[in-house]
Structure formats: structure tokens, C-alpha cells
Design a protein around this ligand. Structure first.
Ligand SMILES: Cc1ncc(COP(=O)(O)O)c(C=O)c1O
Length: 378
């Protein structure tokens, strides 16, 4: 096989139609065409973040990666921060908050351990009050999910505490339900389950976040969350945006929201448009996750986290003592680029990014190749 398909935990494979969107002739970002382009993005983005029809939450896009938006939303904070840390990306939220001079308490768990409602409730009770809790819905380092609803349940008793969620390997792969989970800020990028090139940050924030952020004294300029939300609402980007990526994002959101893309990818009846189309996309991700768990279990392999905590988009699997670099080289030969384990797990585990526009049939091909690879590297 001469071409390879990308199954790392991001960036993910991008469909040729979407790459072609990036090759459109340039427009001026003050042209009416740019306003129209930004207007095309909003309906799908609101569905991706699971906003209710009458939601007062705001969405915005910004030409930076997800880490930039992590910093952006923290620039709207002045009080104490509780950061749930169980891997390098959840740690990043804490590090960015500390770099901004905020007082941060880390609630630390081992790699692969998820957070329970009880964990968070105890920390809030014993070490609070906090202005905000930060969490990572899908810790890409270990493929561990921490359901936003679990943290939201702990916050019921602390209505003044905000919840910020890193949805980088969650958005477009599983439901976030920003309003239902009373999330105040959710941030993501384009290069994961949305299956687009990297370079565009996506955010949704509650109205109360915006009101509080207005009072934060040093919000900077490039990442000022109030400016980002207000400029997006006015369809006036504060600086020259990554216009090419906006074309690809608009098309992808429209194709997902129509249900047409999912009908093509899943070989199932057309789900219908709107929220039903997004639910069908989430369901395909859940099936790919479950199939990967079943495959690993049948072969006596274990995920880095407990089975019930496996992320909908990323699996980190212990290779059972096999030679991981040789296994990944075999996979590359067969046309599949997969990830090694993260950090300390580099030599002992491999990761599959089962997300984006990958199909279940393609996953079967990858798993068949993995069987051959496991056989030859045992
Ligand atoms: C969970 C998570 N958070 C944050 C990031 C950082 O995103 P970016 O590299 O787009 O800034 C990543 C990147 O892989 C991630 O997986």
C-alpha cells in the first residue's frame, strides 16, 4: 500500500473535499463574503457544543489552536482555580492558569484514572471556595474520559463556581451539552473529531462567564475572551483570520448538521438534520470505541484506563510486552499511522484515534492489520 491513513490521536484524516475548501481563492476579511462565511459556521457550532435552542451561551472561533483558547478563557478569571489533573493535557490547564498568576489547587490522579463526582465534591468542600474548576473531558495522553456531567453534579452545591472543560478530543465525537451540564467555558480545536486541519480554535461560553470576564482587569489583546466573543458576534474578526480553514469548517459543520455525511459514513438510514445528525455522529464514535475495547479484550490486551472510562475518541492500549516501535512500523507498512503511548507509556502502549470521519469498516481493516502486526511482533 502506498498511501497511509491517519489514526493518531490528532491531527486526524481530512477528507479531500475539505482540503479542497482550503484551496479556495482568498477573500478580504472585511468583505461581505467573510461575514457570510462566519454566519455559515454558527448554527453547526452551536449544535456541536449542544446548546439548547433558547441558550444564552455564546460561540466564537479564533485563529489560534486550542491551547490559545485555554489561555483566553482563563484570562477572564481572577479567583482561585481547582484543576483536575490526570495527564499532560489536563495539566496544561493548571499550568496556563499558574502562568497567569492565578492561585491553582491541583486535584491529582494517576495516569488513566478518571475523576468521580465524589472526588470533586470533596475537593470543593475541603479546599474551596473556587471561582472555577478546570477539567479535560478526554485526556488524550491516556484515552481517559471524565464525563462533564460527573463534574457538573459536584457543582450543584457550589452554584457560584464555574466549570471550564477542555473538549479538544471530545467536540464532535461525543455530546457536551453545555447548558445541561452548566459548563461556563468549553474549548476545542479543529484537528480532532471534527476531522479538519489544525489552526482554528473553537469555544462556547456562558453569559455569566462573559459578564464576569468583563470585570477581569488584564485580559490582554490577542486572547481577550470578551473581545473574541463580541467580535465573533459582530462577524468582525479582530485580526486577519485563517480564512482557508474557515471555509473547511463551514462545509464540515454543514455536512454534519444536514445528516448527509453521517448517512454516507455509517451506512445506516439518514438520521435527519440538526441535533439528530450530531447524535448519530456521536453514536458512530461510541460504536468505534466499543469495538476497539472488544477487540483488545478478546486478545487479552488492556486499555490504560478502566473500560468504562475509555474516551469516545482515543484508545491507549498496553501492548502486552510486545515491541511497540516494531508494531507501529508494521502498521505503517500496511497503511495505518497510529500513535505510540504517551510519555512514560511510549515503549509499552499504542494509541488509536478512532474519531472524525473514519468509518467502522475502515476500523475493521485497521484491527485486522493490527492482528497481523501483533502476531509478527509477539
Ligand atoms: C486534550 C487536549 N487538550 C489540549 C490540546 C492542545 O491543543 P492544541 O495543540 O491544538 O493547542 C490537545 C492536543 O493534542 C489535547 O489533546
Amino acid at each position: 500500500m502506498t498511501t497511509t491513513s491517519l489514526w493518531i490521536p490528532g491531527p486526524t484524516e481530512v477528507r479531500p473535499e475539505l482540503l479542497a475548501e482550503c484551496a479556495r481563492p482568498m477573500i478580504g476579511h472585511r468583505f461581505p463574503e467573510m461575514t457570510e462565511l462566519l454566519e455559515r459556521i454558527d448554527p453547526g457550532l452551536r449544535l456541536a457544543f449542544g446548546l439548547e435552542a433558547d441558550s444564552s451561551a455564546h460561540v466564537a472561533v479564533h485563529s489560534c489552536t486550542a491551547s490559545g483558547l485555554m489561555e483566553s478563557v482563563l484570562r477572564g478569571v481572577t479567583g482561585r482555580v481547582l484543576s483536575l489533573v490526570n495527564g499532560s493535557f489536563s495539566k496544561r490547564f493548571a499550568e496556563v492558569a499558574e502562568s497567569l498568576g492565578l492561585e491553582v489547587v491541583r486535584l491529582q490522579r494517576e495516569l488513566g484514572q478518571a475523576f468521580s463526582t465524589e472526588d470533586v465534591a470533596v475537593a470543593l468542600r475541603d479546599q474551596g471556595p473556587f471561582e472555577v474548576v478546570t477539567a479535560c473531558a478526554s485526556e488524550t495522553a491516556t484515552g481517559t474520559a471524565t464525563l462533564p456531567s460527573r463534574i457538573a453534579a459536584a457543582l450543584v452545591e457550589h452554584p457560584d463556581t464555574m466549570l471550564f472543560v477542555d473538549c479538544v478530543t471530545w467536540l464532535a465525537g461525543a455530546p457536551i451539552d453545555l447548558d445541561a451540564n452548566r459548563i461556563d467555558a468549553a474549548i476545542a480545536g479543529t484537528q480532532k473529531a471534527l476531522a479538519l486541519p489544525p489552526g482554528l480554535g473553537l469555544m462556547a461560553v456562558s453569559d455569566r462567564f462573559l459578564e464576569r470576564a468583563r470585570k477581569a482587569p488584564r485580559r490582554g489583546w490577542f486572547l481577550d475572551p470578551v473581545k473574541l466573543v463580541e467580535c465573533h458576534a459582530a462577524k468582525k474578526p479582530p485580526m486577519t483570520p485563517t480564512i482557508s480553514l474557515h471555509y473547511a469548517l463551514a462545509r464540515q459543520l454543514e455536512e454534519i448538521s444536514s445528516g448527509d455525511l453521517e448517512a454516507r459514513l455509517s451506512d445506516r438510514p439518514h438520521p435527519g438534520p440538526g441535533a439528530a445528525a450530531w447524535a448519530a455522529r456521536f453514536a458512530r464514535h461510541a460504536r468505534m470505541r466499543d469495538r476497539t475495547i472488544a477487540w483488545a479484550t478478546e486478545r487479552g490486551l488492556h486499555h490504560t484506563c478502566a473500560r468504562e472510562d475509555v474516551s469516545p475518541t482515543v484508545s491507549s492500549i498496553d501492548a502486552g510486552g510486545r515491541d511497540v516501535p516494531a508494531f507501529l512500523a508494521h502498521m505503517r507498512e500496511e497503511g495505518f499511522r497510529m500513535g505510540g503511548g504517551y510519555g512514560d507509556l511510549k515503549q509499552t502502549a499504542f494509541r488509536i484515534g478512532h474519531m472524525g470521519d473514519h468509518t467502522e469498516a475502515e476500523l475493521e481493516q485497521l484491527l485486522a492489520a493490527a492482528d497481523r502486526g501483533l502476531g509478527s511482533t509477539a
